[in-house]
Design a protein. Structure first.
Length: 613
């Protein structure tokens, strides 16, 4: 339970940290998605506003051009006004008697098969579908939704064909509208020009007021009114000098002076059936006219959609009659509803800065968790090795110390009087001293390696000299265990040399022989050891073979771990703390070589030490 408690605490902390990170990640990703969705909606709304502004610009220019036209241009006997960019199918006028005429259609030519006449008949067909349409249209044109009417001086309606154009008053004086054509057109050219400019200026002022142009643009009207106070009533014709007939015929036509003030309302767009009309009301002396233009809706729709094709490729326009209600998708100038359609915005990149930061945070959490786990595992392993080391070393030290104490007391008290026994006791004390020294030497060497201290100085030495230094100690250890040790070399020259630490190599070989003496014998035969030296171009190969029970891979795996043998295991096997093979491998690596097990040796166990040349 004590060993599991640190892991339980670490796991609980890791779960809390992971849960907090998961909650934060989910919240931040949801917030980022909300921001991306809001940004997409804002982009959509901004494009929609820009699209409406573009279409409003086109529609406002259309209304301005129509509002700038003089009312006389809608009379049936006037020249047909030009259509702006070909977007008007027909201009028309409805007189007080209910007759509809068009300046594009000459009087009496309705039966002639031409395009304007056909369009006029088609317009009448649209209007005839609703019998009360003209009544409502007249009422709507007279009161255009709160738009301020524009007062203007207009000429009286022209007499119908066949009616006498010359009338005389009871006083015998000829009035302007009763004068012959030559006399009626004879007033001063300057007065006619001023009147014509005044009428045009008033119509342009009304159009600018309709589209929201500031009032400063209408200052010209006031200046014109100041110039015309004396022209409100025409001078008597008696004061005008007679004009010769030839000169009268050659004189250019002049606009008639206004006989009465009229009220002109602003243009309004409305749907009549499937026809989109621009209409305005003209009122004078209680009589009302309706003047307007029939918009070429298919062509206008194409122009409007072409202006926003870069913003909304799948956009469409729908008719929005007055009963369709309001909305932010309606055009202000024309009764049209804008349908943006589906807009494919570019998808945001998956690895946004926020996600990259979260991924880095998760990576740090994982690395920190792995580091904590490794540190905890290392600490637990170190604690376990420390306990094992203390237990094993204590057991290994107890035996020689007990032997030392017992034999020393017996020799001191004179209990051993036989010289042969005294010699045997002394040899036992020497062997236990060597055993204790070997243990202390291994522990000190392992401690130096753990602290990272470098190996002792290296020297260039031949294999013969190296073997002669280590061989006496190896034979002595084999003799103490009752084993035989043979040393042989295969194809090695006498001058074969290597740069190494002879003391470290001797310690490695002694540990290998010591282990073989302990574990490399069979119960029915003494231990038999072979030390074989071979070499190649890169390394000197020293193999120690025994003829014992051998090692399997599973048994050999823990042998190179330090202090793998506990006190209990040492009590039931040969003495030792399980440090020899681990120390040998560490020393071999420190020398630049290696120590491995050769599983191909069939007679027992074979350890191979490779040292670089």
């Amino acid at each position: 339970m004590k060993r599991a408690l640190p892991w339980i605490i670490a796991l609980a902390g890791l779960l809390l940290l992971t849960g907090a990170m998961a909650w934060a990640t989910r919240s931040l990703v949801a917030l980022e998605r909300t921001q991306q969705r809001m940004a997409a909606e804002a982009t959509f709304q901004e494009r929609a506003r820009l699209a409406l502004w573009r279409m409003e610009s086109i529609a406002a220019s259309l209304l301005m051009e129509e509002s700038a036209r003089s009312p006389e241009q809608y009379h049936a006997d006037s020249p047909p006004p030009p259509s702006p960019a070909g977007r008007m199918r027909l201009h028309f006028e409805l007189d007080p008697s209910g007759q509809i005429r068009s300046p594009q259609v000459e009087s009496g030519s309705l039966t002639v098969p031409n395009e304007p006449a056909r369009r006029l008949q088609e317009l009448r067909a649209h209007l005839d579908q609703e019998p009360d349409r003209w009544t409502r249209l007249r009422q709507e044109s007279a009161a255009p939704g709160g738009a301020a009417p524009v007062s203007s001086a207009l000429p009286p309606p022209r007499p119908a064909q066949g009616e006498s154009a010359l009338r005389r008053s009871s006083s015998g004086r000829v009035s302007p509208d009763q004068a012959p054509p030559a006399l009626a057109e004879a007033p001063s050219a300057l007065a006619g020009e001023l009147v014509q400019k005044d009428v045009a200026l008033r119509q342009k002022t009304a159009a600018l007021a309709l589209v929201g142009v500031p009032q400063a643009f209408s200052d010209g009207k006031a200046k014109t009114d100041a110039l015309l106070p004396r022209l409100d009533s025409p001078p008597p014709l008696a004061s005008v000098s007679p004009v010769p007939a030839a000169a009268a015929r050659a004189a250019p036509p002049v606009v008639r002076l206004p006989a009465a003030a009229a009220t002109i309302t602003a243009f309004r767009a409305r749907w009549v059936g499937e026809a989109l009309l621009l209409t305005r009301g003209v009122t004078r002396d209680g009589a009302s006219w309706i003047q307007g233009a029939w918009i070429d809706w298919p062509q206008l729709r194409l122009a409007l959609l072409a202006s926003v094709a870069d913003l909304f490729p799948a956009a469409s326009l729908e008719a929005a009659p007055d009963s369709s209600g309001g909305g932010t998708d309606l055009l202000a100038s024309l009764p049209l509803r804008f349908r943006p359609g589906r807009l494919e915005l570019p998808a945001p990149p998956f690895w946004s800065p926020l996600k990259l930061s979260l991924a880095a945070a998760w990576g740090c959490v994982l690395v920190a968790s792995a580091a904590v786990a490794l540190v905890l595992r290392g600490m637990m392993a170190l604690s376990e090795r420390r306990a094992t080391f203390v237990s094993a070393v204590t057991h290994e030290l107890r035996s020689p110390l007990a032997t030392f104490k017992l034999y020393a007391e017996m020799l001191a008290d004179g209990l051993v009087r036989d010289p042969a026994k005294r010699q045997a006791y002394l040899e036992t004390l020497s062997a236990e001293a060597d055993r204790l020294g070997h243990l202390v030497e291994n522990v000190l060497s392992y401690s130096r390696l753990e602290r990272g201290r470098a190996a002792r100085g290296r020297a260039v030495i031949t294999w013969g000299e190296l073997l002669r230094r280590a061989e006496p100690r190896l034979h002595q250890r084999a003799a103490q265990a009752g084993a035989s040790l043979t040393v042989s070399s295969e194809g090695l020259a006498e001058d074969f040399s290597l740069a190494t630490d002879p003391a470290a190599v001797e310690q490695i070989l002694f540990n290998l022989v010591d282990n073989a003496c302990k574990y490399g014998r069979r119960a029915d035969a003494p231990a038999r050891l072979e030390l074989v030296l071979t070499a190649d171009k890169k390394a000197l190969r020293i193999a120690l073979r025994d003829y014992g029970p051998g090692l399997t891979r599973a048994e050999a795996r823990p042998l190179f771990r330090p202090f793998h043998k506990s006190a209990r295991a040492a009590a039931h096997s040969s003495p030792g703390v399980g440090l020899g093979l681990s120390l040998c491998r560490r020393l071999a690596r420190d020398l630049g070589g290696s120590l491995e097990i050769d599983y191909g040796w069939p007679q027992g166990a074979c350890f191979v030490l490779r040292l670089p040349t």
